[in-house]
Design a protein around this ligand. Structure first.
Ligand SMILES: Cc1cc2nc3c(=O)[nH]c(=O)nc-3n(C[C@H](O)[C@H](O)[C@H](O)COP(=O)(O)OP(=O)(O)OC[C@H]3O[C@@H](n4cnc5c(N)ncnc54)[C@H](O)[C@@H]3O)c2cc1C
Length: 368
């Protein structure tokens, strides 16, 4: 998120001094550890519109940044296995179609025609948008970093921001483990570590770090077109261009915290759900597993924009399991907000002050 914002700030609103500080290496955060799923299927108009733009930007990224992103437009196939989720899915599909997506509402048998290996029993409804995609995430991080550097942005890795400094109710800079930097604007895009940095200036950011696990199998002959995602269990899996089945599953029992350890429990949960959804994969061998951190937002919506209590302090946080796909469109909008002061859609609904006002953006198509 930070690199996308820096890139767009330098490109769309030039003549500013921009510095990106990362406590680790590029790709060390969630943006380098995710499943690369990019979709426009959402249940709220704001998210569908945002992701229509982001999907188009992802598609064009390889051309703009001269880097292979392994962009594969095989679609997303969502499955609903209970009445409530089936009815939500129906509403979402009708909204998506009104907004110009070609999403189809289908049943289990039709889903099986798209993925013949699927077990259709128990699938009450499914939705398929062939425009949704899967990419390899690293080239996006590298592409934004290289693009930003070429436009004059300074990027320092292994440089942790310890605290934000203030003076007279406004941001005046940051204290890092390599010294202090003066800056009138600071964007907190620390992912799951965002609340920690916000606390350094007494800002209560109600997001929580949550480990999310994922794995990749041995390579199989290509057979799987779309990324398959189950609403409810949070199971998702796709096939990479190398033939690996890459997938994960939500595990609400994972304790809060910044551990990025892998667990056998995840493998058991994932294997059970995957074998039920797609029985021919029951003999699949897992070759690698890893984990990354979600920055969990209490109402599942991102928290983006200025903080009322402190002039010059901006947030780009709470992106849960969908911040990678949103980064292109959000980075562009956040850059515009920083440069012009005008709040673009949907940042009004994502504002930090919503927790005081008690307003909640609604979104039903959250997975993982
Ligand atoms: C396993 C997994 C699968 C996922 N799958 C998908 C998916 O398919 N599609 C999708 O859209 N999203 C997915 N996500 C979510 C997505 O990866 C995140 O929402 C997104 O990458 C968040 O981006 P970010 O820039 O906010 O955070 P990050 O990418 O985590 O970046 C934050 C950066 O801040 C740095 N940092 C932290 N503290 C400090 C500090 N004090 N000073 C300086 N730097 C600091 C970190 O080193 C890190 O590089 C997945 C996430 C995981 C973990």
């Amino acid at each position: 998120m930070g690199l996308a914002t820096a890139y767009h700030l330098a490109k769309d609103h030039p003549k500013r001094r921009i510095l990106v500080l990362d406590a680790g290496y590029l790709c060390g955060g969630a943006s380098g550890r995710n499943g690369g799923g990019v979709r426009a299927q959402w249940s709220s108009e704001a998210n569908v519109r945002l992701m229509q733009e982001s999907l188009a930007m992802c598609k064009d990224f390889a051309h703009e940044h001269r880097i292979n992103t392994w962009f594969r437009q095989g679609g997303y196939l969502f499955l609903a296995r209970d009445e409530a989720r089936a009815s939500e899915l129906e509403k979402s599909v009708s909204l998506q179609r009104r907004l110009g997506l070609g999403t189809e509402l289908i049943d289990g048998a039709q889903a099986k025609r798209i993925v013949p290996q699927l077990e259709p029993h128990g699938v009450l409804a499914a939705s398929f948008n062939r425009e949704d995609a899967v990419v390899f995430p690293w080239p996006f991080v590298w592409g934004y970093a290289e693009g930003a550097r070429a436009l004059g942005v300074d990027i320092h890795t292994f440089c942790r921001v310890r605290a934000v400094e203030t003076s007279g109710g406004a941001v005046s800079g940051v204290v890092t483990d390599r010294g202090t930097v003066r800056a009138p604007i600071v964007v907190n895009a620390c992912g799951a570590y965002s609340p920690e940095l916000a606390r350094s200036v007494g800002v209560d950011l109600p997001t929580k770090p949550h480990r999310h696990e994922i794995c990749a199998s041995e390579p199989l002959k290509p057979f799987l077109g779309p990324l398959v995602a189950e609403l409810g269990s949070g199971l998702y899996f796709s096939q990479s261009t190398r033939g690996e089945i890459v997938g994960g599953i939500g595990n609400p029992k994972t304790p809060e915290g910044t551990s990025q350890a892998s667990s056998v429990r995840f493998l058991a949960l994932y294997a059970r759900a995957l074998m039920t959804a797609c029985p021919p994969l029951s003999s699949l061998k897992i070759q690698r597993q890893w984990a990354g951190l979600y920055d969990l937002s209490p109402d599942h919506a991102p928290i983006v924009g200025p903080v009322d209590e402190l002039r010059g302090f901006f947030l780009a946080s709470g992106f849960m399991g969908h911040g990678f796909m949103m980064a292109p469109a959000v980075g562009k909008r956040l850059a515009s907000l920083l440069a012009t002061g005008e709040t673009p859609e949907p940042f009004g609904a994502w504002a930090h002050r919503r927790f005081k006002l008690g307003t909640t953006p609604s979104e039903a198509m959250i997975i993982g």
